[in-house]
Design a binder for this molecule. Structure first.
Ligand SMILES: Nc1nc2c(ncn2[C@@H]2O[C@H](COP(=O)(O)OP(=O)(O)OP(=O)(O)O)[C@@H](O)[C@H]2O)c(=O)[nH]1
Length: 204
């Protein structure tokens, strides 16, 4: 069983809960409690691999100036950063979140694989009230080496599933790269013992 942890982050009201709940239950409820943070969990099978997925959905994000994210950065294997295409302030907040994740990655996490990040422009059904262009979202994603899509948690169930599936594939393929790079404990111990005793045998 592979454990995968995804944090869904974004400005207040961008649709974090709506996206997580839509993926987990197929339903769009309309109103979600924003007073408490949640970790949802789900078992699923992806490409023949059993996955225990945890999705972190915080209550409203702190203001941009107080953005620390330390716990989330340590906890999550991947991030979904959500903004509302009809709310420019939420786009600015998504930008700040991306910079914060990138900044921590180039610092403490320098030697780790690229974090999996998906930038999502939510509420595409409100395109008549659009404040953020598709090309702006696309550019921000390219600049931050992450994937991008616009969708509507309210209207696009298949797109929501496709987006989560891409996130999970990306994370599990990063796991595979890490597994290849770092031999398992028992294998590396066997190699060490072999080296020591192998050398001794040669010197006798
Ligand atoms: N029209 C439309 N409304 C949406 C969509 N997704 C979410 N909403 C609405 O936007 C509001 C906020 O959605 P939430 O999912 O609670 O947003 P959140 O980011 O979790 O909000 P906080 O927990 O307060 O930070 C709710 O009224 C939702 O019904 C969407 O795709 N289209």
């Amino acid at each position: 069983m592979t454990e995968v942890k995804v944090a869904v982050l974004g400005g207040s009201g961008a649709g974090k809960s709506a996206l997580a709940v839509r993926f987990l239950t197929r339903r769009f409820i309309g109103e979600y409690s924003s007073s408490a943070e949640c970790i949802y969990s789900k078992h699923l099978c992806l490409d023949g691999r059993q996955i225990h997925l945890e999705i972190y959905d915080p209550c409203s994000q702190p203001q941009q100036g107080k953005l620390s994210l330390t716990d989330e950065l340590h906890w999550a294997d991947g991030f979904i950063i959500v903004y509302d295409i009809s709310d420019r302030a939420s786009f600015a907040f998504a930008k700040a979140l991306l910079y914060r994740i990138r900044e921590s990655h180039t610092g403490v996490w320098k030697k780790m694989a690229e974090p999996s990040i998906f930038l999502v422009g939510n509420k595409q059904d409100l395109c008549h009230m659009r404040e953020v262009g598709w090309d702006e979202g696309q550019k921000l994603a390219i600049d931050n080496k992450c994937q991008f899509c616009e969708l509507s948690a309210a209207e696009h169930y298949q797109e929501v599933v496709a987006m989560f599936t891409k996130v999970l594939r990306n994370i599990t393929s990063n796991f595979k790269v890490k597994e290849k790079r770092r031999p398992s404990g028992s294998k590396s111990m066997a190699k060490l013992i072999n080296n020591v005793f192998g050398k001794r045998r040669k010197s006798v």
